[in-house]
Ligand binder design. Sequence first.
Ligand SMILES: Cc1ncc(COP(=O)(O)O)c(C=O)c1O
Length: 381
Amino acid sequence: MRPLSRRSRYDAHLNPLTRALSAHQGPLIDLTRGNPTTARLPYSDALIRAALSDPAGLTYRAAPFGAPRARAAIAELLGVEPWRVMLTASTSEAYAYLFKALCDPGDVIAIPRPSYPLFEQLAAFEGVATTSYPLIYDGRWSPIFPSAEAARGLAALLIVNPNNPTGQQLKRGDLDTLAALEIPIICDEVFRPFPLDVEPDGVASLIGWGGPAIVLGGLSKWAGLPQMKLSWAIIGGPESFARPLLERLELIADTYLSVAGPIQQALPLLLDSRHRLTDALSARLRANLDHIKAACVGRPIEALKVEGGWYATLKLPATQDEEAWALTLLQARGVLIQPGYFYDFNDRGAYIVLSLLTPPGLLQEGLKRIIEGVEGALSAG
Ligand SMILES: Cc1ncc(COP(=O)(O)O)c(C=O)c1O
């Protein structure tokens, strides 16, 4: 039998933390959860149900970029022209469409490191290779973008603003560097509505920047509704860049027509009714981050600066690596965290990532156990 494709090959080997988790017995404080719908948040249930009951959802009208009313709602939300809006079922799907339109198999795109672990896989599925550019921490995270010369070998550069999991936000000074690259910039702004400790020179969005940027967002984070499967890509930049790209994307989107009709009909109401949830979510992120910062003062743990998003990064003593810390915390303290290598942290520090979505009581108890676990290991060693 012919072998299956190389691009879908994966390592089926379970990492030690996953193995330890399946063997774990007894209660567990899970500080890794990123699913808002199970995070005990106040959704407007009746409004969401009402939004989904629009009879217009009973009729099918094929539209590659999405229903005009839904595209107009996103255009209004973001202050862009509707012709620049493409709807997709998820941000992952938007990446796949963009890689098909911007890259040929074997082309290379630049991705941030550390960052969202799915990028390599999304690229590999399209036959696209990745190279990474580092985010460096020096009291705040900063990207070291490739030089203009290196960028000549790239089909596109990806930015996550604010980044997952570092929370790093673009700065005004980054914009000139990006403009000089003269390549398409894909800017993932799924966490934009959740700023935290922003810097005065922070740039919240590449919308309206003027350069060749494609900006991504979606209901999964913007409205805390990942189950609705609706995201958007805004094709920015000069018309000489945006129009030809949209022509290619239209052909691709027309081949799949993947966004469900009823959710597109519901979109305007879902956007209008999201604030109760997003306000509560933002307040939780803020309170959890403040608690983490206060609790780590005077401890052998550094809470790194978080400019936005749903995650906090802690730097633990490098007396053991992050996987060893993750195993110690799980087995001895019953706390589950994500070790930094899940996100490809660069240096050899011991980083762990906590979800700021965690209900505050659980986060506080989990962090107390982390601090006790780290201090206990240091005094024993
Ligand atoms: C940076 C980033 N982009 C995209 C996504 C996923 O978005 P979607 O659910 O729209 O595919 C995530 C999910 O955590 C993410 O962290």
